[in-house]
Design a protein around this ligand. Structure first.
Ligand code: OGA
Ligand code: NI
Length: 333
């Protein structure tokens, strides 16, 4: 684990291998525009919520939610546990995580799983693991309360995600409960650590991407960095205390037959602060069938693709270096 960016970021200027091509660089405009990303108050009436969430998901593919009912102490304890995790000595982190292909295991990597083959590295370290109770035995043992706190937060994140999916179903006319079982069976956690960066204008924490999932529930603190692409322009997602950021995944865009817009997003770094974000990705089971929902397909809105297994898509996604559009290509009609 000696290559974690958090272990050496202080040492030097930005290495060449972290410099993105000019058209992908954030440049000097690290905090673009005013914040126009929708903020949705989940204590509003159901009718209003259905309308607002649908509108946000069609226009931005991303929104924030407040008054969501997740206890604030669960959110703050989760952030605190990840701060402590990333502050552990590198040796400790190495011993806590095993690099293996076993999907049940915890993985701590720098940049991406493809570090050795990728052309440009990302300015982040990331811890990933499934949240299923069967996998808890592989979660970090340190910090002491990791398992207890992260289990509580993952239960809340999934509940919140399912609640939002129900509202979306109502909004686009997909039957109630459509996402309740296989389609959201695998909840995956990703904890990103972006250390202060010597030159944020040249590199990225994560370049432009769609999350290859149904829905992503993101927890962040007061340090921004997440941006969403809207009408060709990058918009900063301004942190709001105790809010979750919710983004529509590429697979949900497919199931909605393009009625909902997957969020294209990226993460910029900054030169002064460490930033930690925690994402809960609601993923289908590997063998579940993904297809445009029958109820959204009509003569005038024909299916954009045939059915496929989620794992077939993910195999393509990895071989296409994380390009979701290319991964869908073989299934398009
Ligand atoms: C991700 C991601 C956003 C963030 O992990 O896929 O987009 O703010 N993270 O860290
Ligand atoms: Ni993402």
């Amino acid at each position: 684990m000696d290559n974690l960016v958090s272990s050496w970021y202080n040492d030097q200027s930005l290495p060449e291998s972290y410099i993105f091509p000019p058209h992908e660089r954030p440049g000097k405009l690290l905090v673009p525009r005013c914040n126009t990303v929708p903020v949705i108050d989940l204590s509003d009436t159901r009718t209003n919520l259905v309308h607002q969430i649908l509108k946000a998901s069609q226009e931005f593919g991303l929104f924030q939610v407040v008054n969501h009912g997740v206890p604030p102490n669960i959110m703050s304890e989760t952030m605190s546990v990840f701060h402590k995790f990333f502050e552990l000595p590198a040796e400790d982190k190495a011993s806590l995580t095993v690099y293996t292909n076993d999907p049940k295991r915890c993985k701590l990597v720098t940049s991406t799983l493809d570090y050795d083959r990728e052309k440009i590295h990302l300015w982040r370290d990331v811890l990933r693991h499934p949240c299923h109770p069967d996998c808890i035995e592989f979660w970090p043992r340190k910090p002491l309360r990791y398992r207890e706190v992260v289990a509580a937060c993952s239960i809340e994140a999934k509940k919140l995600g399912l609640q939002i999916l129900e509202l979306l179903c109502e909004g686009i006319g997909i039957e109630h409960g459509y996402f309740e079982h296989e389609l959201t069976e695998d909840l995956l956690l990703g904890a990103n650590h972006y250390p202060p960066c010597p030159d944020p204008s040249l590199t990225l924490g994560i370049p432009k991407h769609f999350d290859p999932d149904i829905l992503t529930i993101l927890l962040q603190e007061h340090i921004g960095g997440l941006q969403v692409l809207k009408d060709g322009e990058w918009i900063g997602v301004k942190p709001i205390p105790n809010a979750f950021v919710v983004s529509i995944g590429y697979i949900l865009q497919v199931i909605s037959n393009n009625k909902l817009k997957g969020a294209e997003h990226r993460v910029v770094t900054n030169s002064s602060d460490h930033r930690i974000s925690v994402v809960f990705c609601m993923n289908p089971a590997g063998n579940s069938n993904i297809e445009p929902a029958k109820s959204v397909v009509t003569a005038t809105n024909p299916p954009l693709c045939r059915g496929f297994q989620f794992k077939e898509f993910m195999d393509n996604f990895y071989s296409m270096e994380g390009d979701a559009d290319l991964a869908l290509q073989p299934f398009k009609l």
